[in-house]
Design a protein around this ligand. Structure first.
Ligand SMILES: [Zn+2]
Length: 311
């Protein structure tokens, strides 16, 4: 049985006036200071709640921007569990075969960097679900993806905003409510929640992105050149090919690659800017959710004559 837990983390980062070893800082750019989580049942209803402050070891002074948004003081950072203890109690709460659902993909990224920084044993394992992508695809019917805020989604779905924002537990509750309301019509129609969510669940531990630069000639036929090349799956290095289409004339191209082990892969190419010789920037990415094919910009709008006297 999969355990689905909506999670929200608050984190702190480097601030002026606090000396931090740059080596350590590069291993953990953001340090978790609060964890909020809710367990969801098959109907996406909140079953249990979990919240704890976490005591930072690296960024012990609250960065001013974060202080303002979270309404906290540096002093409050001295309270709470150590990160290893907080992780242990989150696991006790969350259960096995864990899927951590969050708004966007930053929370699992930050969580993994904190787990690695603290060298947590045994090697943590969980899958991730981006509620933002579920909301965009199913509620808004767009593939616009990672842009909407929690507040926007609550308004869109006409859900109550009765809890404070930027507090880990209330943001986790909100994320759970958004997921529930987004899936409600499908669940009421008798659809299986696991099947509905499966395309949006991903492995946050995979190396999911790689980039390279290619030097080209001035007169290179870019799509033809790109179609002849081989690319590599960022996670396993399997070779990939793609049939490129132009997204932005002369500037960007897109193709869908496929890895037998990791599924569909985005191949996005952009003309590099401000380089002495013409270059292309290639990004291979395993999408964290269903692959979204970008749309070319619409044809120029036709000029329509309007009567200047009419309003
Ligand atoms: Zn692969």
């Amino acid at each position: 049985m999969t355990s689905l837990v909506a999670i929200d983390l608050e984190w702190n980062t480097a601030s002026r006036g606090l000396k931090v070893d740059p080596d350590l800082a590069s291993r953990m750019m953001f340090e978790i200071i609060e964890i909020g989580a809710v367990r969801l049942d098959d109907g996406m209803r909140v079953k249990d709640r979990f919240a704890t402050p976490v005591r930072p070891v690296l960024y012990t002074k609250l960065q001013h921007h974060i202080a303002r948004v979270t309404n906290r003081t540096s002093q409050s950072l001295e309270e709470g569990l150590t990160f290893p203890k907080a992780w242990r109690s989150l696991l006790d709460f969350a259960g096995h075969d864990l899927v951590l659902a969050s708004w966007g993909t930053s929370d699992p990224e930050v969580l993994i960097s904190n787990l690695q920084f603290h060298e947590i044993k045994p090697q943590p394992a969980f899958r991730a679900l981006n509620i933002q992508a579920v909301f965009s695809a199913l509620a808004e019917g767009t593939s616009r993806g990672n842009q909407r805020s929690i507040e926007y989604a609550l308004d869109f779905l006409r859900l109550d905003k009765d809890l404070p924002f930027h507090e880990a537990l209330s943001d986790a509750v909100y994320a759970g409510r958004i997921l529930a309301e987004t899936l409600r019509p499908e669940l009421e129609a008798g659809k299986d929640p696991e099947k509905l969510l499966k395309p949006f669940i991903y492995d946050p531990f995979l190396v999911s992105q790689s980039e390279e630069r290619l030097e080209i000639e001035k007169d290179t036929d870019v799509p033809a050149y790109l179609n002849r090349r081989t690319y590599r799956c960022p996670a396993c290095q399997n070779p990939l090919t793609g049939d490129f289409m132009e997204i932005n004339p002369g500037k960007s191209w897109f193709a869908k690659g496929h890895c037998p082990d990791h599924g569909d892969i985005e191949l996005l190419v952009k003309r590099a800017r401000r380089t002495r010789t013409p270059q292309l920037q290639v990004r291979c990415r395993i999408p964290q959710g269903p692959l979204v094919v970008p749309k070319p910009p619409p044809e120029k709008e036709r000029v329509v004559w309007t009567d200047p006297k009419a309003e």
